[in-house]
Design a protein around this ligand. Sequence first.
Ligand code: ADP
Ligand code: MG
Length: 234
Amino acid sequence: MSNSAHIILKNISKYYTEGDQQRLVFKDVDLEIQPGEFVVLLGRSGSGKSTLLNILSGIDEPSSGQVIVNDIDLTNLSEQDRTLFRRQYIGFIFQLFNLIPTLTVLENVLLPLELTGKLKKAHHEHVARLLSAVRLTDRVNSFPDKLSGGEQQRVAILRALIHKPLLLLADEPTGNLDSDTSRQVLNLMTTLVRKEGKTLVLVTHSQEVAQLADRIFVFRKGQLIEQHSKGESV
Ligand code: ADP
Ligand code: MG
């Protein structure tokens, strides 16, 4: 298997059922993302951005349509197999960092290797180098609540990449950081992702962040529309 995700979304729609009402989130989305591409998703709050990321990672399922990642049709997998798929092939970065509060920085970073049974002694050196590269060496034994937001997000980025996923998904990763820290975190994330040739799908509200991407898509009225002229208003 390639080390980067090739994604095909075929005609996916998502509805939520509430009582006897069906509420449409999005309808008939078709999208192909090439290995190594960096794609940004824009759209108002509630437009379906997080729902789409959750579908790409196998946390959630579309109501109809197919989701194919490197020839694996996620819509044919059981929930348990989707969990295994996610652990092995996906790295996720969240707005609120989502580090495990009872684990140290080092333990948080190593967690994806532990969950996939791939943790070896040799990894400790690799992790030490990574932590040094993001200036966190002196925080390896700290707990997340002792770190600043920017430091927590640097830990989360390492955690998302440590198991060499095919696909990195980032849901408003700088939404909780000041603008200087946002810039640093984005630089780090895009540099690492580009260096390793990983596919990146990033949700943001920021047109400035969006300009870093290869392609920009906007959710509007339940449709996913490619934004051709950069800077066009949402
Ligand atoms: P965004 O990330 O773009 O802000 P979301 O993908 O979180 O939007 O949500 C899209 C829509 O789906 C919203 O209207 C939200 O209320 C609805 N939604 C999300 N999750 C659920 C759920 N588990 N049950 C019912 N409705 C949901
Ligand atoms: Mg969201």
